[in-house]
Design a protein around this ligand. Sequence first.
Ligand code: AMP
Length: 213
Amino acid sequence: MNIVLFGPPGAGKGTQSALLAERLGHKHISSGDLFRENIKDQTPLGLEAKEYMDKGQLVPDEITIKMIQETFKELGGRPFVLDGFPRTLPQAKALQELLDRMGLKLGQAIFLEVPKARIMERLTGRRVCSECGANYHVQAKPTQKPGICDICGGKVEQREDDTEAVIAQRLQAYDESTAPLKEHYQNEGLLTVVDGGGDAEAIYRALEAHVKD
Ligand code: AMP
């Protein structure tokens, strides 16, 4: 079944959707990861997206939708877990149109609910491997060797947009543009709300329990 996972920044979308996709054998498509890969490769798309990401703003719909449309061409019939897309109502509409054209259906839109107070602590403490993208947290999940990824030995860093000032902007963008998706998917009969407030394992257990067959 095709799944969308959404929620505020710091809800654990990246970690949880990667786990879920692996478990279900689905393709994991993360719009944030796609932008970061483009930035790393210094593509024109990456350079344009970076301007917005550095300020904690959403990348404009037109650019984001085009990138996702391109990625969907490589799906090869596999079901997917979408992580971080859609993030606005126009993106949700574009996704629906894309799926209609491809003869696909969205089965579930899972919202990870997290109290605002937890978000800041999660995001400011988050560290990410610059090579393989593995996620850590300075308190909750530190690396075994400081600054070195346990999995691939890559350099573990703070994301440029995980500073307090940028996080505040990202939260504002979330409130204005992404929060309305909850009502949208509720109206579509696709919404499932999962408690994203606990540790990663607890969230995953709750998520698994809520995924429909
Ligand atoms: P994420 O890794 O999901 O936290 O995304 C990091 C940043 O990438 C966001 O703060 C946005 O600037 C940008 N981004 C990711 N997904 C989208 C999207 N669907 N629409 C617009 N901007 C996005």
